[in-house]
Ligand binder design. Structure first.
Ligand code: AMP
Ligand code: ZN
Ligand code: FE
Ligand code: FE
Length: 271
């Protein structure tokens, strides 16, 4: 089996690309797709490590957070050329905006007499991508909130004082850049879409795959989206959307996936 939706610490997962490949191999997976949020920074390391394990398939991927009709839609890109210049430029633009956004958040916090320094955030993020969880952590450390989720509820969630919107691509832009870099644009976890979205319209924007199997999908979702896949001739994919869960000390990467053969089918379609 191959888990087609895995995050590393290049975005908001807890394991490094090397660690996640090692765990996946140890757990008997035939491969994984690295699909970090808005970045391909983890892929070189994951590919390098995967070579140590003969036959282990490392699928280079990405997960873009997009905006569609004012709602959030996540788009996976599989088998992308992660050295493609335009793709790199877009991910860099998104990352740069995350830094600006955190600075804005800090400013908004200062306006309500909560003082945190940019350097404090930078110390946790290092070369990674700035996110609200980092700010939340500092708010907890400094006693402004009781827990990470308390920090979100008090300050960071939409509608609260320090909330600043992320930079998001449109669905069209994300599909376009995935196709340009040779990848397969895939609708991520459609079961989590806002109910107001008419999925057929969305699919017609140019998707070639759909994530039928996902940690948060029930059997009804699977049935509905499997039918959509047949109707629109889309690749059926699935993955755990692994970030950090553990069961008895073992990461749950690989809890959802698809067969090796179906991944090879996808790969062959673009070669
Ligand atoms: P960002 O990408 O900076 O907008 O941060 C999004 C991340 O914040 C998500 O991936 C979650 O891990 C985390 N997050 C969002 N809402 C909450 C919440 N209410 N409580 C705790 N963590 C949250
Ligand atoms: Zn995530
Ligand atoms: Fe997602
Ligand atoms: Fe994800």
């Amino acid at each position: 089996m191959i888990d087609m939706h895995v995050h590393t610490n290049a975005s908001d997962g807890i394991f490094s690309p090397t660690q996640i490949v090692e765990w996946a191999y140890k757990k008997g997976l035939r491969g994984i797709a690295i699909t970090d949020h808005d970045t391909v920074d983890g892929i070189v390391e994951a590919v390098y490590t995967s070579k140590k394990y003969g036959g282990f398939l490392l699928v280079p991927g990405i997960e873009f957070s997009c905006i569609y009709d004012g709602k959030e839609v996540h788009i996976l890109g599989y088998f992308i050329d992660y050295t493609h210049q335009e793709l790199i430029n877009i991910t860099k633009e998104i990352k740069d905006y995350r830094l600006k956004r955190i600075k804005k958040m800090i400013q908004k916090l200062q306006e309500i007499n909560i003082s945190i320094d940019f350097d404090e955030v930078k110390n946790i993020v290092k070369d990674g991508s700035f996110g609200r969880p980092h700010v939340a952590k500092i708010l907890v450390q400094k006693g402004y909130a009781d827990s990470i989720s308390d920090a979100f509820e008090k300050f960071l969630t939409r509608g609260r004082e320090a909330f600043v919107e992320r930079f998001k691509l449109s669905v069209e832009e994300a599909i376009d850049i995935i196709k340009k870099s040779g990848g397969i644009p895939t609708l991520a976890h459609p079961g989590l879409l806002d109910e107001s979205i008419f999925i057929d319209d969305l699919i017609k924007k140019g998707f070639l795959g759909i994530e039928v199997y996902h940690r948060e999908h029930d059997s009804q979702h699977e049935e509905i989206f499997f039918k959509k896949a047949k109707e629109y001739n889309l690749f059926v994919t699935g993955g755990s959307d692994y970030h950090d869960d553990q069961k008895e000390g073992v990461p749950t990467v690989g809890s959802v996936g698809i067969s090796y053969e179906s991944v090879i089918n996808m790969k062959n379609s673009i070669e």
